[in-house]
Write a protein that binds this ligand. Sequence first.
Ligand code: OOG
Ligand code: MG
Length: 264
Amino acid sequence: MTREERVEKMAATLLEAEKRGTEIDKLVDQYPELDADLAYQVQDRLIEMKCHAENARIVGFKLGLTSVAKQKMMGVHEPTYGILLDSMQWPEEQPLPLTSLIHPKVEPEIAFVFKHEVRGPGISVPDILEATEYVMPALEIIDSRYRNFSFTLADVIADNSSSARFILGGAFFRPEQLDLRLMGMVFRKNGRIMATSTGAAVMGHPARAIAWLANKLGEAGKSIRAGEIVLSGALCAAAAIEEKDVFSVSFDGLGSLTAVFAHP
Ligand code: OOG
Ligand code: MG
């Protein structure tokens, strides 16, 4: 098989798993040559296929594994990114059905929306803050296509960093109105506190994760474009979701956001 044929096969396997809602074995078991670079090619092809299948368009990016809490939880110690499509966005008010998902989890994040393009290399925290139109609370619903939510770095990259859905909050703030580093966060499941954290849990400053993305994209001649959304990565461990659960995140100065999951 040529490299292109393998990329095609891996992307099709992941898309099929998502469509059917069934777990698959890690791709590295069958393709030991899968490394991070090849995995980003698989991710790109998977996104092309999804855009075509769902008549969807790209609206931004998500960071993965940008906090120590998440890296420990998943046993992967480097950040990754994935691509967000409009078909993944869910409105806050509407109960989200779990029926098409495999083993979904939810995690609190900070969303950045860009007023102008950011292109690496050499991007740092002040560049990100200057280019950001506003920040808002976000909840990401992740759903690894791999058995038992277990994967290597390359596997999770190929799987678009486990992305499934995302919900954005109604409060918009300019980044200079907040101290994103010291901004406290409370994450609740059915009213009970699951975790507390601060912005600094994400690489010391959430904008540092976004700068990492801009620099990583820059290596491939890509950029974050005006109007795009970028999710920072979770500030704490993800929580498994069951039907009828209600999760919320509150940020100091940035308001809160609730995710309601549908009845069976
Ligand atoms: C990988 C995606 C991680 C985050 O916010 O850290 C992620 C996973 O844990 O399945 O989205
Ligand atoms: Mg996430």
